[in-house]
Write a protein that binds this ligand. Sequence first.
Ligand SMILES: Nc1nc2c(ncn2[C@@H]2O[C@H](COP(=O)(O)OP(=O)(O)OP(=O)(O)O)[C@@H](O)[C@H]2O)c(=O)[nH]1
Ligand SMILES: [Zn+2]
Length: 333
Amino acid sequence: MARRDIGTDDPRVRVRPARSKPRRSKKQVDYSASPTAFVFAVDRGRIHVQMGDTKLVGVKARALGRHGIVVGDQVRVTGDLSGKSGSLARIVEVLPRQTELTRSAEDSPGAKEKPMVANANQMAIVTACADPLPRPGMIDRLLVAAYCAGIEPLLLVTKSDLTSPEPLLELFRPLQVPSVVTSIESGEGLDEVAELLAGRVSVLVGHSGVGKSSLMNTLIPDAARSTGHVNQVTGRGRHTSTSVMALPYQDGWLIDTPGIRSFGLAHISEEDLLAAFPDLAEVATRCPKLCPHLQSSPGCQLSSLEETDPAQERRVESFRRLLASQHSQNTLV
Ligand SMILES: Nc1nc2c(ncn2[C@@H]2O[C@H](COP(=O)(O)OP(=O)(O)OP(=O)(O)O)[C@@H](O)[C@H]2O)c(=O)[nH]1
Ligand SMILES: [Zn+2]
């Protein structure tokens, strides 16, 4: 190879040889034969994955650039796949997500969206009958987030030994949200909830004190997750365990979301939400263009539906309540 003229004969001055070929794009590397793994925790750049029965710790390959990796992601791994202590795998590809639960930092339009959990197919909205009192506004917002992400909601009402869950259930009946009522005191609903969560990837959300940890500890007795208030992965105390984390459960996963304080819904449009209610969406096709589908919207066909079909009245009302909830400021804590 001909020497390049570097403008000096000084041997201490060295240059790299000119690149004869353009750098090969990392995208061209085919990793389709590499094994896949499930991301169950992400902690300060370390990605914890489960590959078959083996738990691995990995780091993101440089080729992935700024591609975020969140709990629930299915990834391809290479490198040291032994799972031995101190070994490090390389995450080389993130498979397309089936669902993505995102939240925007605030409710203002243009707020940044952040993916939180990937590939969940069920959102268990954990809420207590009492102590603390249910917060229907927050449940509405979580429902909006679930519907718009294509995740099936499940209303998981805890502490039924304290008071009747009926008023809360009644509020959500028109939306036909599946629900289950539990108590770790009386044992009510525990078998049912186990059945509803088995074989699925469920993300559990709920604010502090509703009994989410108690429930998870009942379902997965050896998880020792939160009663000890220690993060399973990091071994650190509760105050630092604000990260999302998945625990294997009956051929599926339970994804806990401690420390999630709010759900900005700025990234969601009326049409996204409407799509989750096919019966209403069908009626709304006859609405005026850009109809916001509110009670005050002139010519909104949902209002006509209320008149012609009283049975649907509460459903339309509830749907409109969800629409409105997008603009309210309910936080989880
Ligand atoms: N009466 C009654 N109390 C319950 C039930 N489930 C949980 N609790 C109590 O409610 C309190 C809060 O329960 P946790 O499981 O720690 O609630 P959490 O939602 O995980 O709250 P954080 O740990 O703050 O995130 C504890 O004192 C539990 O003993 C229930 O079914 N009935
Ligand atoms: Zn309309």
